[in-house]
Design a protein around this ligand. Structure first.
Ligand code: SF4
Length: 353
């Protein structure tokens, strides 16, 4: 399973140094594919310059103009995402597929409920099933790829409606798995702001993943790329736990899913707290998720429940009156002031500042 996110802004050449640093950080957090909107040739040139500077596989997201896709493939990118239906004539699609085949670049057919072909949109308007229309749109595009002998393909069928997304992906996986398995990129499009988007994506994606559906995923949030990656990691971890109790029916999922890296448990905070768990989480989450270690970290508000509730945590931090305690597997190892807490925690984690 590969986690994908999408860059939120238009890149310029003057942004590249900062972008490289941020992309390296995303890689440490578990992101394995990074997509960029490429609306014009100038953006293709910027993406090309970036692709030479990072090891992260980059995806160019292109609509309408096949020449942009052709230019992107002059650079070391991993994938093109197109909606062949808006690329134009078959000759233009063929030109893109021929160059992708020559360069070994994958293509994602990205079908979206908001941009179905006209006839399918009209049939949905007249009551046809939207999920079936998404699958039909993907099938049509695959037929074109098949006609040109192009097989290095990934399909996505996304809707903002959870039921349509689940049903379309299930239908597609059922129809293709035994005959010609096609990798699926899964996600809920326009899932929403942080909390709502994570909740909706989690409900949808953990269900699909636990059934063995999905090869790459993105949690689309009106929030940062880092939070998209954290959300995707947590959903993969949740799906692994669900698959484990579902047994044989989820054996495919069990083979591919597992929780890796840090598990953060944190208390919600209440009137007893002596430590600002919210602020600490905000300061530390990106760094914790970039740790290359499988550990459980507890961030607790008070000594009443802190170390005891988080006894299984490898390392934890909790308030205690006017002090802050750092504990390992429930045993207190340091007592510091609030102002010393971040540094002491960093030292106990073995992280350099
Ligand atoms: Fe409240 Fe303490 Fe429990 Fe946090 S750990 S929710 S502060 S009782």
């Amino acid at each position: 399973m590969v986690i994908q996110t999408m860059w939120k802004d238009r890149l310029s050449f003057s942004d590249l140094d900062d972008a490289v640093k941020r992309i390296e950080g995303l890689g440490r957090m578990g992101c394995g594919l990074l997509r960029f909107a490429v609306p014009d040739i100038a953006s293709a040139e910027t993406l090309g310059a970036l692709a030479k500077l990072v090891s992260m596989p980059l995806v160019a997201d292109i609509h309408f103009d096949y020449k942009i896709a052709l230019r992107c493939m002059d650079f070391p990118i991993a994938k093109i995402r197109i909606n062949p239906g808006n690329i134009g004539s078959k000759e233009k699609v063929k030109a893109v597929l021929d160059k992708a085949a020559e360069k070994g670049i994958a293509i994602r057919i990205g079908v979206n409920a908001g941009s179905l072909p006209q006839d399918l949109r009209e049939s949905v308007g007249q009551g046809a099933d939207r999920a079936e229309a998404l699958v039909e749109a993907a099938r049509r595009e695959l037929a074109v790829f098949d006609e040109f002998g192009f097989t290095n393909v990934v399909v996505s069928m996304k809707a903002s409606n959870l039921a349509d997304t689940i049903k379309a992906n299930r239908l597609f996986a059922k129809a293709t798995d035994s005959l010609f398995p096609v990798p699926l990129h899964i996600g809920v499009t326009e899932a929403g702001p942080l909390v709502a988007g994570v909740a909706r994506s989690s409900a949808c994606l953990s269900l699909l993943l636990a059934q063995g559906i999905g090869d790459t995923l993105r949690v689309s949030l009106s929030d940062s790329v880092e939070n998209e990656v954290i959300a995707a990691r947590e959903i993969l971890g949740a799906a692994a736990e669900i698959a484990a109790i579902e047994g044989a029916t989820a054996s495919n999922a069990q083979r591919r899913l597992k929780r890796v890296g840090v598990t953060v448990i944190s208390c919600p905070r209440c009137g007893r707290h002596g430590f600002d768990t919210h602020g600490f989480c905000n300061r530390w989450l990106n760094r914790l998720y970039a740790l290359d270690r499988t550990i459980t970290v507890a961030i607790m508000g008070c000594e009443v429940n802190g170390p005891e509730e988080a006894r299984h945590a490898d390392i934890g931090i909790t308030g205690a009156g006017g002090k802050v305690l750092i504990f390992r597997r429930g045993v207190i190892v340091r007592t510091v002031t609030a102002s010393e807490a971040d540094k002491a925690f960093e030292e106990e984690l073995g992280m350099g500042s």
